[in-house]
Design a protein around this ligand. Sequence first.
Ligand code: FCB
Length: 452
Amino acid sequence: MASYKFPDDFLWGVATSSQQIEGGRHEAGRSESIWDRFASIAGNIDDGSNPDVTCDHYNRYREDIRLMSDLGVDSYRFSVSWPRIIPEGIGAVNEKGLDFYDSLVDELLENNIKPFLTLYHWDLPQILQDKGGWANRDIAKSFIDYTQAVVNRLGDRVKMWSTHNEPWCITTLGYEEGHHAPGLKNPAEALRVAHHLMLSHGWAIDVIRRASDKSEVGIVHNYCPAYPHSDSPEDHDAVRWFDGFFNRWYLEPLYNGSYPLDAIEDRVRAGHLESSELPFVEDGDMDIISSPTDFLGLNYYSRTIMKKDNSGKAVAVPAAPKEELTDMGWEVFPKGLYDSLINVNEKYQPKKIYIAENGAAFSYDADKNGEITDSRRIAYFRDHLMNAQKAIKAGVPLAGYYAWSLLDNFEWGFGFEKRFGLYAVDPDTQNRTAKKSASWYSGTITSNSVED
Ligand code: FCB
């Protein structure tokens, strides 16, 4: 048995997001979000559910912080619901909406848990979507007003800030493929969306730093490593295409101040751009987007295997037998985390990296004593953490790990059927039950190591 020891100052955490756990749909002046609207349209959420109540964390946050204390986490990554803060999208700040986060942050600090705040984890006020959402450059400006309101109130106590969670998901799932709110299918507009997200990220950095002394500011990207199906040049080109579309489109502007040329050409060929001139980029934008950050947050869940089909199109190949997939249909591939960390570190040299999300959905049956033995989740965490530790040994400046997620929650278009939590949540009683993985994670945090 080998032991994989983490550095003494390694941050252990759990992650959630506002729309997925808070509920409190109408509390204290909160307005409608794009996910409230999206979920109200029949057929959009697989199990027909909506996020009105979810885990009722809005009312139960103290209990949930006790669960975090039981786990022994050093840090909690959560997001703020924009429709609580500026319900009209523009104009008045709703101090009552901020009160909730104020109390949450105080309670975390009293329990010695460092708050790691994400400003945008997908719950845009619907009223801003009615003006075009992220496809409208003015929304990036509204994001700055929202950022200012949050940082003015919480910046004295919150010292870890992420602007956006997963710009690729917002862009492609929301505006290009329509699986996520706002449910649009417009690839040309999606490129605008990506640009405005990254631009608003860049603008926000300075706003946060000025109002939150000695804070760390970054962004969270969902990194997906791609591997070729065969050694053919075509399959290698499919990998290049995927990496450009999914990873480099965001990371190159961030670290190099430019969009990847090959991926621009791919978009021109696909008819999403008229030419390689990007019509939405204005003078100075790329300098703003590439403003130095303090860390890069990476969310890692799985990999993709790519090939070219008979028509020359890059397509993903179903990766693995069913037993190796999670309930999301995602292959369990822990080495992909190691490869991702090494690649990102070599290419972009972020000052620091956090794994801002990592986890797996598995359904469960409680035994007759009500115990939930989620062995596959434990194995998932253990194997990924071993790979994370190896990457640290290889020189990657990985400073922390956030398990997704504290609670079973509203998994976007899938509803409540996909269960990622360390704790199960009974939808009728809202009772939380620790799964076996919770005590396993807690032991890992205490020993600051994993054993294979
Ligand atoms: C990520 C999201 C998070 C959750 C996990 C499973 O893409 O950031 O909200 O849905 O996937």
